[in-house]
Design a protein around this ligand. Structure first.
Ligand SMILES: NC(=O)c1ccc[n+]([C@@H]2O[C@H](COP(=O)([O-])OP(=O)(O)OC[C@H]3O[C@@H](n4cnc5c(N)ncnc54)[C@H](OP(=O)(O)O)[C@@H]3O)[C@@H](O)[C@H]2O)c1
Length: 286
């Protein structure tokens, strides 16, 4: 019996838990001939989801940019000369007090933005090869708490877990827009979305007030299930850019919305963020 030829290669980060794990399970049921490469931080959790879904898997801790560089090499080894049809940058979360990573950056900004920015750039040739798509799991928090200063991405001057998270999720929106601006003419598409307020492991490491919503019985009243969040992520992953969703846009779940942080429409800020992020992670900016 010949094995079915995979027709899409999907790289999904944050696949070991929550929304990402739910999406991975659903993708396996709906698109069984696609090749999934799952990325998590915990070896045990990532292996468990990968075994359940028959996917390839790797682990990387996004608080270490060297892990991200190794991860990109491992993914490139798997895809060889082939392309990556979808990169879903879903790993992330809200954390505690201002903590520097081994790379010297504030943890929330690194895990949610700098690490996926680096990973995406390292995988870009493979994404461009097949006119692929980059999907950033952002958050409504970008609008509620974000106000970016590219000269202070670490929020050294005024830190709170919510502000750091809002800024990082705003960076996800701006990064998707920049990818669209720079590469859509070459066939690459990019989008950012809020997955809903979802009952997951989110905020478990945080001192944010959001912990109350996610980690107390309130969650049963206020939050949707992880499967629902996974369905939204799956909808973007399986969708056809510019038919199912528009490249360069931000969605509130599946709804195209103009309710965004005003900074999300600032093209100069998007470009400045790209330049600064490239400088920080040590890659050339196009
Ligand atoms: N839940 C919500 O209501 C909500 C709302 C808006 C946006 N979001 C966004 O949705 C995405 C998924 O979150 P979730 O709700 O599914 O939360 P979750 O259950 O906590 O899952 C988070 C995922 O990110 C991974 N991750 C966390 N820190 C990491 C690190 N340092 N390095 C590498 N991977 C790391 C986790 O890996 P391990 O489990 O292996 O540690 C896990 O796979 C996040 O980007 C989050 O900001 C969530």
């Amino acid at each position: 019996m010949t094995r079915p030829v995979p027709h899409k290669t999907i790289v999904l980060t944050g696949a070991s838990d929550g929304i990402g794990a739910a999406a991975a399970r659903q993708l396996r049921s709906s698109s069984s001939s696609d090749r999934m490469i799952l990325v998590g931080r915990s070896v045990e959790k990532t292996r468990a989801v990968a075994e359940e879904t028959g996917a390839a898997w790797f682990t990387a801790d996004f608080t270490r940019l060297d892990d991200v560089r190794t991860l990109a090499e491992q993914i490139v080894d798997v895809v060889g000369d082939g392309g990556i049809d979808v990169l879903a940058n879903n790993a992330g979360g809200i954390f505690g007090d201002q903590t520097p990573t081994v790379d010297g950056f504030e943890k929330t900004m690194q895990v949610n933005h700098l690490a996926p920015f680096l990973l995406t750039n390292l995988l870009l040739p493979h994404l461009l090869k097949v006119e692929g798509a980059v999907i950033n799991t952002s958050s409504i928090a970008h609008r509620l708490f974000g106000h970016l200063n590219v000269n202070d991405l670490d929020n050294r001057r005024r830190f709170s877990p919510n502000k750091a998270y809002g800024d990082a999720k705003l960076a996800n929106v701006l990064f998707a827009k920049s990818l669209h601006t720079k590469f859509h003419a070459d066939g690459l598409s990019a989008v950012a979305f809020h997955p809903g307020t979802v009952q997951t492991n989110f905020a478990s490491d945080s001192s944010s007030i959001m912990r109350l919503l996610y980690r107390t019985p309130l969650k049963h009243l206020m939050l949707i299930g992880a499967d629902k969040g996974g369905e939204t992520l799956r909808w973007f992953i399986e969708g056809t850019p510019d038919e199912t969703w528009f490249s360069g846009a931000y969605y509130d779940e599946r709804r195209l919305t103009t309710k965004v942080n005003p900074q999300a429409n600032d093209a100069d800020l998007a470009e400045a963020l790209w330049q600064r992020s490239a400088e920080l992670v040590g890659i050339p900016a196009p």
